[in-house]
Structures are given as structure tokens and as C-alpha cells.
Design a binder for this molecule. Structure first.
Ligand SMILES: *Cc1c(COP(=O)(O)O)cnc(C)c1O
Length: 393
């Protein structure tokens, strides 16, 4: 049996008629840039997230770039984020001229460790009289925002992060690229979706994401009318009317063909999420009592959407090879935390600076998961994991 990490062909086969009709519709209208398809998808996606506005972008990366720009973050500013993420989270902080400051993750959800976050701000920044932004005592830059990443489909600890952004007067920007539809229980007991917490939140519709386009695409979502308007202009050359440019923006628009595909797929997303959860439960049952393995934990008060099903094991590298030999495509998200990436060598971080992220980077293994995966395939993967580990004992 050959099992891919994700199976986009199986998904296309299951919705072929709807997708083909949507693509035909765009072709026949020849409305390829913005237009009704983009507007309709934006409305539907905003509603899905439980916010007022969604603005389509050309990717998750450009969504982050546009969001950071809209928040006025730039040279002289710092943004706190996690080293256990895809590089775009940090590269876009740099792209606007600001500096990423990393804080370690906590070992259960692998999202930002709020204790360490608080300790970092309290110990390294001058809070002054509470007016204005905290100033880094060493770099003298202003701390402007916290950028949590809802890793693998599980949200960061938003209540406690919001306490800190309120206490220190910081902006909150969510990287929700892996968390379409993930939920978090607020202190009053209501469940809110990823994207509805921050001033702004960014999504990716990269093909392999839970809601994936047939190419690159992304979105910024928000409840703030002014920020929404700014981003809508910014991604479209800063344009407010034909030949009138209020700011120097760029071309970071969502493509109409992708919007049409995404709107079809959005109609299936909740059902796909249920399928991902069923697969995760089955993996949990089959792998839960293997001593060398830690199965993904869902923190109380969070609803995981399993963009990835990530186990941890000290025998990760051997297990990865053994699975490959058995036709199973597993993955590693991520083998090198950002602070140890060559691209950030100049930041002078070293081994030991973020021990939890570093240990996870050595131990995480993403097993195949996609909504069309059958129980038989899940059982096969679990059996191969068991066999491979017992042959190593
Ligand atoms: C996928 C991803 C991005 C980037 O999105 P693209 O659409 O590939 O540009 C950013 N952050 C995280 C956490 C991601 O997983």
C-alpha cells in the first residue's frame, strides 16, 4: 500500500463536477481579476470565521506582509513570535523592516509558551508609564505586536495572550495558516474560531492546507472596518478608485479562479474537518499505548482541526526511513526551528536558546492525514509504525 501525506487527487475526484463547473463559470465570464467570485468567497469566508471582513490575497505570505503593513509595523519595531513555524511568519516581519523576537513553545500544544512570553516582556522591556509601547532595553526597539501561530490546527492560548496584549498595549496578529475552523473557548464559555481574536489574522490556502486552492492563495480577516479597507486597497496597488492610488501598495490580490475553487471547497470544509477528527481519534486509539510515542494532545478548551497529525518520538529519524520503506510518506514540521535556520544566523541565536522547540524539531513526525483517508489506510500506517518500532527494540 502506498500512502501519501495528503491526497489532493482523491479530494478533486470527490468534488470534480462542482469544481469543473466553477472553473467554467470563471472562464465564461472572463472576469479573472477581483470581481464577483472574489467578493462572494470573501463574504463566505468572513462568515465562516465569525468576523466582518475577509480580504483575499495572493498567498498566506502576502497576507502576513499586508497585515503587518496595515498595522504600521516597520523599522525600529519588534514582533514576538514562535521559532516553531514556517519561515513566512518571521520573513514577513523582516520584510516590513521589523525584527522577529522568538519565545519558546510549551510542550503540550507546541504553541507560544505564555509564561515565557510574559517573563520575556517583563524582564527585557521597559514598560515606562504604560503609555506607548514597551521598549527593549538592549535593542531600544519598540515591541509592537504578538504573532502567535495556531500550529498544526490547534490554537494558541488566546485568553492569556490577550491578557498580555492588553496589559502591555500590544497588537495581536494571528497566523492562522494551519487552523481554518479551529476553535477556542473564551472565558465566558463561547467558542470562537481562529481568526476572530486578533486585530488581524492571516490564512493560507496553499493546496495542502485544510482549505486549499489550486495554486497560491491566502486571506486576511478582521472585524475592523478601517484596517479592512486599508488592506483591500493595499493588495490592489493602493487603489481607491480607477487611477487613484492612496498609498503605494502592490499586487497581492486573490485570483478569481482560486476564489471560485475556494468557495466550492469552503462548502465542504466542516465535513472534511469531521473526517480529519475521526482519523485522528483512530490514530490516537491505535498509537496511544506505544511507549516510544507521544500522540498529539488537545489542550482543554480547544478544538483541533488536524491540519497535521504530529506524533513525537526520540526514534524519529529511524521511524521516518522505516515508513518510507513501507510506502508511507510521513513529513517533518519542522526539522529546524527558525532561530537555527541559516537565514537567521545573523541574529546570533544558538542551540539551547529555545530548548522545547529544539527537542520538538528532533522528535516531531507528521503522519498522513487527509479527509479521504480510509480506516484501512490509517490502520496500515499505525501497524507500520508499531512494527517499525518493535523491530528497533
Ligand atoms: C503555509 C504557512 C504560511 C505561508 O502561507 P503560503 O500560502 O504558503 O504563503 C505561513 N505560516 C504558516 C504557519 C504556514 O503554515
Amino acid at each position: 500500500m502506498k500512502i501519501p501525506l495528503v491526497d489532493l487527487k482523491a479530494q478533486y475526484a470527490s468534488i470534480k463536477e462542482e469544481i469543473d463547473a466553477a472553473i467554467q463559470r470563471v472562464m465564461a465570464s472572463s472576469s479573472f481579476i477581483l470581481g464577483p467570485e472574489v467578493t462572494l468567497f470573501e463574504k463566505a469566508f468572513a462568515e465562516y470565521c465569525g468576523v466582518k471582513h475577509a480580504i483575499g490575497t495572493s498567498s498566506g505570505t502576502t497576507a502576513l506582509y499586508a497585515a503587518l503593513t496595515a498595522l504600521g509595523i516597520g523599522p525600529g519595531d519588534e514582533v514576538i513570535t514562535t521559532p516553531m513555524t514556517f519561515i513566512a511568519t518571521a520573513s514577513e516581519i523582516r520584510r516590513v523592516g521589523a525584527m522577529p523576537v522568538f519565545v519558546d513553545i510549551e510542550p503540550e500544544s507546541l504553541t507560544l509558551d505564555v509564561e515565557k512570553l510574559d517573563e520575556k516582556i517583563a524582564s527585557q522591556y521597559d514598560i515606562g508609564d504604560g503609555a506607548g509601547y514597551p521598549i527593549n532595553r538592549v535593542t531600544h526597539r519598540r515591541l509592537r505586536a504578538i504573532l502567535p501561530v495556531h500550529l498544526y490546527g490547534q490554537m494558541a492560548d488566546m485568553t492569556r495572550i490577550e491578557e498580555l496584549t492588553n496589559r502591555y498595549g500590544l497588537l495581536l496578529l494571528e497566523d492562522a495558516a494551519q487552523a481554518h475552523g479551529a476553535e477556542y473557548r473564551t472565558p465566558d464559555g463561547t467558542w470562537k474560531r481562529a481568526g476572530s481574536f486578533g486585530a488581524l489574522a492571516c490564512f493560507s490556502f496553499y493546496p495542502g492546507k485544510n482549505l486549499g486552492a489550486y495554486g497560491d492563495a491566502g486571506a486576511v480577516v478582521t472585524d475592523d472596518d478601517e484596517l479592512a479597507e486599508y488592506i483591500r486597497r493595499y493588495v490592489h496597488h493602493g487603489r481607491s478608485a480607477k487611477y487613484r492610488h492612496d498609498v503605494e501598495g502592490g499586487n497581492y490580490r486573490l485570483d478569481a479562479l482560486q476564489a471560485a475553487v475556494l468557495r466550492v471547497k469552503l462548502g465542504h470544509l466542516d465535513q472534511w474537518t469531521r473526517a480529519r477528527r475521526r482519523i485522528a481519534r483512530l490514530y490516537d486509539e491505535l498509537l496511544g499505548d506505544i511507549p516510544e510515542i507521544t500522540i498529539p494532545r488537545v489542550t482543554e478548551g480547544r478544538r483541533h482541526v488536524y491540519h497535521l497529525y504530529v506524533i513525537r518520538t526520540p526514534r524519529r529519524d529511524e521511524l521516518l526511513v522505516a515508513l518510507q520503506e513501507r510506502g508511507i510518506q510521513a513529513g517533518i514540521h519542522y526539522p529546524v526551528p527558525l532561530h537555527l535556520q541559516p537565514a537567521y544566523a545573523w541574529l546570533n541565536y544558538g542551540e539551547g536558546d529555545f530548548p522545547v522547540a529544539e527537542t520538538c524539531a528532533r522528535q516531531v513526525l507528521s503522519l498522513p492525514i487527509y479527509p479521504e483517508m480510509t480506516d484501512e489506510q490509517v490502520e496500515y500506517v499505525a501497524q507500520c509504525v508499531k512494527n517499525a518500532l518493535s523491530s528497533m527494540r
